[in-house]
Design a protein. Structure first.
Length: 247
């Protein structure tokens, strides 16, 4: 096994790590993590094919890769829309997401599911996701200094900002400057994947711990409310037995 292949396999394992964390920590119960879960599943599946860990016909691998790229921006932007608190910002993101999906559909009608389609859609998609990821990163980092609950969110935001900043560079190198040594681009992509998936997994795990504590606090609060409400109920005598009971 060459070191290039070893790095590729490591990146595939790294892509599976967020999927495992989301399922194992039961974050999958929350709808805001579903787009990120689907995104990681699709990327993981594509890596399995490109590293030939799963043998499929070339045509399937090609179309799977194109579909993976076409769904990239909608899935991550949907995930970010769930995370951002500003209702005005979320509304704008939803409008932008709908417009981008229409844009993709128009290009698919014009050029089909081809490399040209993803070349035209990836540039604006990467820029949009990077812009909102950067906004979310700044937002969470600022608040993490005063609220511990934002630490996990800041780690997730840093992972996405780092990833899409690097993806823009790879896009320029491959589609704009058309560098011939594509194997080196894949190697760069593998290293980027290992780093950002590692950060993403840590952030998701910390976020799951925070949500678990919140759930425990909610259960405790409900039990206390039930206990004190029972204490406030006046005692009345039972007409048959003559004993007193709580209403």
């Amino acid at each position: 096994m060459s070191w290039h292949t070893a790095i590729g396999i490591l990146s595939t394992i790294a892509l599976f790590a967020p999927v495992f964390v989301i399922v194992a920590t039961r974050l999958i119960r929350y709808k805001q993590y579903l787009p990120l879960f689907i995104y990681c599943i699709l990327a993981f599946g594509f890596n399995l094919m490109t590293e030939h860990l799963v043998q499929v016909p070339k045509v399937i691998e090609r179309y799977y890769g194109i579909i993976n790229n076409l769904t990239d921006m909608p899935l991550i932007l949907s995930f970010l829309a769930f995370q951002i608190a500003s209702s005005v910002m979320v509304k704008r993101m939803k409008i932008l997401l709908a417009a981008f999906i229409v844009f993709e559909i128009v290009l698919i009608i014009m050029f089909g599911i081809t490399v040209k389609t993803i070349t035209l859609t990836m540039a604006p998609g990467l820029l949009i996701v990077f812009g909102y990821a950067l906004y979310y990163f700044v937002y969470t980092v600022k608040r993490s200094f005063t609220h511990n609950k934002f630490i996990s969110k800041a780690i997730i935001a840093s992972a996405l900002t780092f990833a899409y900043g690097c993806f823009i560079i790879i896009y320029l190198m491959h589609y704009v400057f058309t560098l011939p040594e594509i194997k080196y681009l894949f190697l760069i992509y593998y290293f980027i994947t290992i780093i950002y998936c590692g950060l993403l997994s840590v952030g998701l795990y910390l976020e799951s711990r925070r949500k678990r504590k919140l759930e425990e606090l909610l259960v405790t609060r409900k039990e206390l409310m039930r206990f004190f409400s029972d204490e406030k109920k006046p005692a009345t005598p039972n007409r048959i037995t003559g004993q007193w009971k709580l209403n």
